[in-house]
Design a protein around this ligand. Sequence first.
Ligand code: 4AD
Ligand code: MG
Length: 432
Amino acid sequence: MPAPVTTIAALSAHEGQLVTLRGWLYNSAGKGKILFIQLRDGSGIVQCVCNKAELGDELFEALKHLGQESSLIVEGTVRADTRSKLGFELHVSTARIVTPATGYPITPKEHGPAFLHDHRHLWVRSRRQAAILRVRHLAVQAIRNYFDGHGFTLFDAPIFTPNACEGTSTLFETDYFGRPAYLSQSGQLYGEAGAFALGKVYVFGPTFRAEKSGTRRHLTEFWMVEPEIAWAELEEIMDLAEDFLVECTGHVVEHGRGALQELERDISILENVRKPFPRMSYDDACKILAEIGHPVDPEDDFGSPHETELTKRYDRPIMVHRYPTAVKAFYMKEDPANPVRALGVDVLAPEGYGEIIGGGEREDRIDVLLRKIDEHKLPMSSFEWYLDLRRYGSVPHGGFGLGLERFVTWMCGIPHIRETVPFPRTIDRLTP
Ligand code: 4AD
Ligand code: MG
């Protein structure tokens, strides 16, 4: 009877036993009558020790000449190996080559980013990329756990939309049977309808922005999670953002230690993400920036160098609230105490990772909203449905959006957002 099939991640439960592993050759090195194969199976990488005397000349030679990423099935005994990261190796008793591969383009030597991104469909097999994508998975799990565990109902928003949510300059327009339709920039407006129906909801899905510049923080297609709560005012939104980020970071650190170590992430920084997060008004943030030699025009917005300078001073995310109304979206509520400031909040990550969350209170007064739609030169007709939310029992409400890839970039401590998604879309990349 063949030995039971298991995975590399589960090897510790099989010490001393004969098992079968199915995977791909990651690397190999030989020394005379001994061959070491690094086998990758998606759950991990294990060293497989092949002995010529045991396997016979023919199989040993075939394995020795096997190219990187050939697929194979090996049977062998699990042995403790204190020198390896995994703690185990496989002493191979027999093997079957499934599909030999030659000329795999991504070799252990250095490749440039353009080459790697052109081969993204293969690059995702590398240790580092697999670790990043595992962190992404854990982040999604943490997000769902958080909202599901705090009384929120998932409320899906459409992707084809008739109206802009976040300004008209980054809209992707499509031809919808002869009419224009736009790919959703944010599910928020629909989330507001959900909050008035179900109380506390979250929208979680892909969003699209025609970002015309290539930066380390922008994708044209990214995932956003957007909670929206009826009756919530700005303070409550900030409390939620803080609690949510602490929980999500904790989940990633607790379950992703191996992946974060693979990425050489300094975990102590993430362990520091505790309440309370420093909170400051935009005007106070401008004063700090002026004092440290990075002045901002207070009626303008921060640029990313300002965010970096400001966050450098803190060991955890900070919350900046009450930005100039003029730089924020049409739906953001004006501060009744000072209408040139909006009741919005951005959460800025430490270590220069910048804005990860944007949100705040929504304009709940129909007269102000009508004026804002007009001022922003948005087509009133496509907002009729949204105005109904103000006509029929409007109440204070608000929420925020977390950019999943921005969060994952920060968790992983990597310089560029494009590695946090299996197949990134940026201004200059549509393939693979
Ligand atoms: O600040 P933004 O534009 O806010 C909204 O879209 C609100 N409607 C959200 C809400 O209140 N429900 O975007 C929210 C977050 C940003 O903080 C950032 O993390 C991410 O979305 N984001 C991007 N991530 C990657 N690439 C881009 N081009 C992004 N644009 C925004
Ligand atoms: Mg924003």
